[in-house]
Write a protein that binds this ligand. Structure first.
Ligand SMILES: C[S@@+](CC[C@H](N)C(=O)[O-])C[C@H]1O[C@@H](n2cnc3c(N)ncnc32)[C@H](O)[C@@H]1O
Length: 161
């Protein structure tokens, strides 16, 4: 689970991450480490302490520990509002509630990348890879606009109690 704030001099369009590939690879921390290598100050959230410790060790081994932080935290207790790049590599059952959370918290200029499991309602702006290596790329402007249009009252229909 990773979220990455955009840094000055590193525009959002330069955020090209190679997603974790293959079911047997140890992906732990890789998204955050890849983002740090691209020049981002990158932050990861994970519940499993072993994965957090391993990710910290891996970041140190790869020389990016100054640009990475890994927290043993429940993402439901974290606000995503300060981030303009968010990468989710989670579990299928979190995608629906997470869609709602991000819809509410994110600003209009945020890019969200979902690895392996897509968001159920959002329509991706791009996708790449295949099978378990698929990633979906969403721009918050698109899903926020779609949500606003969905909520607009239909002309001529009103309900009163
Ligand atoms: C597909 S694995 C990704 C593992 C690892 N973080 C990585 O980047 O390779 C999904 C991970 O989501 C974590 N997870 C599930 N619910 C979570 C939550 N509420 N907050 C933080 N992490 C959560 C699980 O512990 C699990 O390790």
């Amino acid at each position: 689970m990773s979220k990455v704030p955009e840094e000055g001099g590193c525009p959002k369009d330069n955020f090209h991450l190679k997603p974790p590939t293959g079911t047997k690879r140890r992906t732990w921390g890789l998204v955050v480490i890849a983002a740090a290598k691209e020049g981002f100050q990158a932050v990861g959230f994970e519940l499993n302490p072993w994965l957090v410790w391993y990710s910290r060790y891996r970041a140190w081994r790869e020389g990016v520990h100054h640009n990475t932080s890994f927290f043993m935290l429940d993402l439901w207790k974290v606000s995503f509002s300060q981030y303009t790049n968010v990468v989710i590599f989670g579990v299928p059952q979190m995608m629906l509630p997470l869609e709602k959370k991000l819809q509410t918290e994110l600003q209009d200029n945020t890019r969200v990348i979902a690895c392996r499991f897509p968001f159920p309602h959002w329509i991706p702006n791009h996708s790449t890879g295949e099978g378990v290596d698929t990633v979906w790329i969403y721009d918050s402007q698109t899903f926020k606009k779609a949500n606003r249009e969905c909520l607009k009252p239909t002309k001529g229909h009103a309900v009163g109690h």
